[in-house]
Design a protein. Sequence first.
Length: 160
Amino acid sequence: MKIFKPSYEFEHFTDVSLQFLKDNNVHAIFSDLDSTLAAHDQLGDDQFTRWHERLEANQIKLIVVSNNSQGRVDRFTKPYNIPGYGRCNKPAPSKIRSIMKEIGVKETDSIFLGDQLFTDVLCGKLLKMKTVLVKPLGIEHEPWTVRWKRGLEASIKKMW
Ligand SMILES: [Mg+2]
């Protein structure tokens, strides 16, 4: 089940540090939203605000790519002026591939950040990016469909 194995596993998005990004020559982060940058339906907190400021100050682009609605994505991204795309249909790579073209970034300069193996990690791999898996935020707020997938993810991880 190596297809689902991320390049890196971290606790939290703030572990994606400037040093890590520099070492990996990353100029763009394609990130999932729900349970990755904020709990379901939540907005960015102080930690997110500070992390985003550091990225901006270092010319690292953050692009939110979610399977949730555009409305949800906009509520999160607009206060920060972050490009955000809803209904990305992850793990299918086609919509994100066209976003990459539009923004003008290459997979070799990018990483994919997310909390789910079947959507985020797989999508990043299909896009030939390095992938970073983080522990889900606010797991108690997740819909049952997501919780069900967590069980499957745990079985796959046992096979690594
Ligand atoms: Mg998620």
